[in-house]
Design a protein around this ligand. Structure first.
Ligand code: DON
Length: 564
């Protein structure tokens, strides 16, 4: 049978229309042909690229970039913290690495409570008592053992040189030093060797840190978890009243995990599995939004904000109750991610009126403006991609700085739920699933993510921001996909956030009109008025149809894309 002429013309018009809709956005960020690193500091991105140029792959560049951030960005770059990595190799295989800190062997469920059962202020956030067993070095060595091409010493060489020769203090870095000066002095005393009074343009050298890095470069994980470093570190933490021992350090292992992967329209999104809540919460938000014509509502329009907020409200409520370290708790993952469950969750949603989060606890919850974690994205010339988020938790972690080793220690123990129902420093309310136990990993929101489109790698994305990480990653993907923005624009666009409790929408200062906020208020939404926070500091890469790469380095920081 001959096809009808009209049907053929209609099909061609339809194809053209579909084609038009998916015409990729013109890049506005850095475009390179083969490879790219986007991180919080130019020095770190450059060192990652240097390793790629020497024949290293994305995994070698990951180790180099992460170690360079320890030197150039002590605010969050770390030896004394932990993180997560999601990868996709050029052959399409994916995986994830968990190098999250864990509770020391001596930890107990009530370790941060006084005799009346109340949370002791600052104990899980400031100083040695807040420190979890660091995972970063184990993570780097695990990645290198499994996928690395270049020798460890070659990867570490430019990082050690950076520590010896020094980094130039930027304006933003000097502002960080200033902002945290008093806290760092209070924890470490006035004789601290951390250069807290440095000014923009000063050159900071870290000879002690260079020696610590040298030991790791020569001895691998034993250069950190055993011998001189481990003995010094455990003694230092204990002298300051903390719990981490040489035994804790010797026993620490990074764990390879299966990422959370799901479809959203014609995207496939691959993100971090527990003990991060990122992947599951992202999955829930996207699948709750999927039935709606998001692109038609308009970017940051009232309807988009309502839909996103209601999906996030429901997803964070589940996050806080059900999620924890999968090696300790049973997470009802199948149910939480099933279509039937998510459909039911959204049955109560209407564009007419806000759903109320039960037990509103705003008022006694502080939403701190906090970008203290850091994320970097890498794509190499073979097409391998890594998405990595790493943290000390707070800015400079617990503020405890080892003069003998040259680095800060985390305050990740605060990511546990010290007491059910009491919010942590991100205002997150935890439950039994995230209670403290020896060797357990604390629940995280870090969401290193990769996105495939039509079966090919399309985006590498992630951000700091504590509890706001998940919503900032989700909005960056939506900006690029639903609203067809370039990578740089998708990263720079103003963001908003809702996390169930407290029941408020936070808006970044620019980009949301008073009229829009009034309309939302009239529908019963609470709007956070007191503060004008930054939400997230996203570093992302988009792969263009011709294989070129577009960087999205967040305007909110010193973040820089470098590539070739
Ligand atoms: O793992 C987490 O979710 C937190 N420790 C991340 C902390 C963070 O992003 C701080 N910066 N805003």
């Amino acid at each position: 049978m001959k096809p009808n002429k009209n049907v053929v013309s209609l099909a061609i018009i339809l194809l053209l229309l579909i084609g038009c809709k998916t015409l990729p956005a013109t890049p506005t960020g850095l475009v390179t042909e083969k490879a790219m690193v986007v991180s919080a500091r130019e020095e770190a991105s450059k060192i990652g690229v240097e390793i790629l140029k020497k024949g290293g792959n994305a995994f070698d560049a990951m180790v180099a970039t992460e170690m360079a951030l320890v030197v150039a960005y002590p605010f969050a770059g770390n030896l004394g913290g932990g993180g997560f990595m999601v990868y996709r190799k050029s052959d399409g295989t994916t995986g994830a690495l968990d190098y999250r800190e864990k509770a020391p062997l001596s930890a107990t469920k009530d370790m941060y409570l006084d005799s009346s059962g109340n949370v002791i202020p600052d104990m899980s956030t400031v100083g040695a008592t807040a420190v979890g067993v660091p995972g970063t070095v184990a993570g780097m060595i695990a990645v290198h053992d499994k996928f690395g091409k270049l020798p460890l010493e070659e990867i570490f060489a430019p990082v050690i040189a950076l520590a010896q020769n020094g980094i130039v203090v930027t304006q933003k870095q000097a502002e960080h030093f200033e902002a945290y000066r008093d806290e760092i002095l209070e924890v470490n005393g006035g004789s601290t060797t951390f250069p807290i009074d440095a000014k923009p343009g000063d050159i900071l050298k870290y000879p002690v840190l260079a020696k610590t890095l040298q030991r790791i470069s020569e001895q691998g994980r034993d250069g950190f978890y055993k011998g001189e470093t481990a003995t010094s570190l455990a003694a230092f933490i204990q002298q300051n009243g903390g719990f981490v021992t040489v035994e804790d350090l010797a026993e620490y292992e990074a764990i390879w995990r299966t990422p959370i992967a799901f479809n959203y329209k014609d995207l496939r999104i691959i993100s971090m599995s527990p003990p991060s809540s990122g992947g599951i919460t992202l999955n829930q938000i996207f699948r709750m939004m999927e039935p709606y014509k998001v692109s038609k509502y308009g970017h940051n329009s009232e309807k988009e904000i309502q839909l996103f907020t209601e999906a996030a409200r429901r997803a964070y409520a589940d996050r806080n109750y059900y999620l924890g370290d999968p090696d300790f708790v049973d997470i009802p993952k199948e149910t939480l991610l099933s279509d039937a469950y998510l459909k039911k969750r959204m049955e109560s949603f209407s564009f007419k009126k806000a759903t109320k989060s039960s037990d509103i606890q705003e008022g006694n919850v502080q939403m701190a403006e906090s970008m203290e974690t850091t994320h970097y994205s890498i794509v190499d010339h073979e097409g391998n991609a890594v998405s990595v988020t790493t943290t000390l938790n707070g800015a400079y972690g617990s503020k405890l700085y080892s003069d003998e080793l040259g680095f800060f220690l985390n305050n990740e123990m605060d990511d546990f739920s010290a007491k059910a129902g009491v919010p942590n420093m991100f205002g997150l309310i935890g439950a039994e699933a995230n209670s403290i136990a020896p060797e357990k990993r604390m629940l995280s929101s870090m969401t290193p993510t990769l996105v495939e489109r039509d079966g090919k790698l399309w985006m590498v994305v992630g951000t700091p921001g504590g509890s706001t990480i998940i919503t900032a990653v989700a909005q960056t993907i939506l900006n690029a996909y639903e609203f067809n923005m370039s990578m740089q624009k998708a990263v720079d666009a103003p963001r908003f956030h809702h996390q169930w409790l407290p029941d408020v929408i936070m808006f970044e200062p620019q980009g949301f009109s008073n009229q829009l906020k009034d309309e939302l208020r009239s529908k019963g939404y609470n709007i956070n008025e007191e503060r004008t926070p930054i939400i997230g500091k996203v570093n992302a890469i988009r792969i263009l149809p011709d294989g070129h790469l577009e960087g999205g380095a967040d305007r909110r920081g010193d973040d820089t894309a470098v590539g070739f």
